[in-house]
Write a protein that binds this ligand. Structure first.
Ligand code: G
Ligand code: G
Ligand code: MN
Ligand code: NA
Length: 250
């Protein structure tokens, strides 16, 4: 396939970009860090949505070099931000399950000089569907390095509760579908509330994604969410723009 060939070439030439979306601390109103989001401008075609090219990268194994590239770019970038700002990096299940993932993380941390506590790895429930023991062992090794682990898209699947029981995640990120429905949908609001209660009981930081309005941000803050992200606080932008918009004093 032409798309696959272009992707292979782009990986070899490192023709990608990483955008950064602010993570907001709802209590202090200050920025807590950023999520790194991969972008690919396909020559002659324009931007390709990550869902599409990441799926191809997963099918072809290209996700291994591509995932390592994102991790490297994000850690080097974050090492230039003031501490204690964190960078959150999405990790594909295939990348995570690959034998040398922990070694890669350790090497990237060393090369970038980023303190392990300032790297947050976002994993999704789909990782947790197979090889439970191996996944738990890898999570424990990463935790021993000092890296933070977040469960992304919480509530979108159905395995997450079982996993919360078996691993002490540092953060859960409630899926944006719940936030986007919450003004009109009493059920979505009820789920927003029970997830933050659960997070409090388990002593896990709660993040709400996809916040697009000041009303949503205020409800989430009142409900006790520690952190939020979404277009209301800032869109994903290139690193220079991220620094100019969110890090430099006005
Ligand atoms: O940025 P956007 O909302 O278009 O991202 C779409 C999806 O792609 C999200 O689920 C996001 O987690 C995923 N994604 C973005 N960047 C990366 C990345 O670097 N690695 C992986 N595995 N997924 C990513
Ligand atoms: O699955 P994950 O949470 O990693 O997905 C992150 C994706 O969500 C990114 O592609 C990002 O562009 C998108 N995103 C971030 N903030 C918002 C928002 O406020 N609304 C919507 N619709 N998408 C958002
Ligand atoms: Mn994410
Ligand atoms: Na998410």
């Amino acid at each position: 396939r032409a798309l696959e060939q272009d992707l292979r070439r782009a990986v070899a030439r490192e023709q990608f970009r990483v955008d950064y979306q602010p993570l907001m601390d709802l209590r202090s109103g200050r920025i807590a860090g950023a999520e790194a989001l991969l972008r690919w401008h396909r020559p002659g075609h324009g931007p390709v949505p990550p869902d599409i090219f990441i799926a191809i990268a997963e099918e072809t194994g290209l996700i291994l070099p591509l995932g390592a590239w994102v991790l490297t770019a994000a850690c080097h970038q974050a090492a230039r931000w003031p501490a204690p700002l964190v960078v959150a990096v999405n990790v594909s299940p295939i990348q995570f399950r690959h034998g040398d993932f922990c070694d890669t993380v350790e090497a990237v941390l060393r090369a970038s000089g980023l303190a392990p506590e300032r790297l947050e790895l976002e994993i999704t429930e789909s990782l947790l569907l197979q090889d439970t023991e191996a996944v738990l062992a890898t999570l424990a090794r990463l935790r021993a390095l000092g890296v933070r682990i977040a469960m992304d898209d919480f509530g979108a699947g159905h395995t997450s509760l079982a996993y919360l029981r078996r691993f002490a995640f540092d953060k859960i990120k409630i899926d944006r579908s719940f936030v986007q429905g919450m003004e009109e949908d009493a059920n979505a609001l009820a789920i927003i509330r029970s997830v933050v209660q659960l997070s409090r009981t388990l002593n896990i930081r709660a993040n709400a994604e996809g916040v697009e309005t000041p009303e949503q941000a205020e409800i989430l803050r009142q409900e006790g969410y520690a952190e939020a992200q979404g277009y209301h606080f800032g869109r994903p932008v290139p690193p220079e723009q991220f620094a100019a918009l969110h890090l430099l004093p006005p």
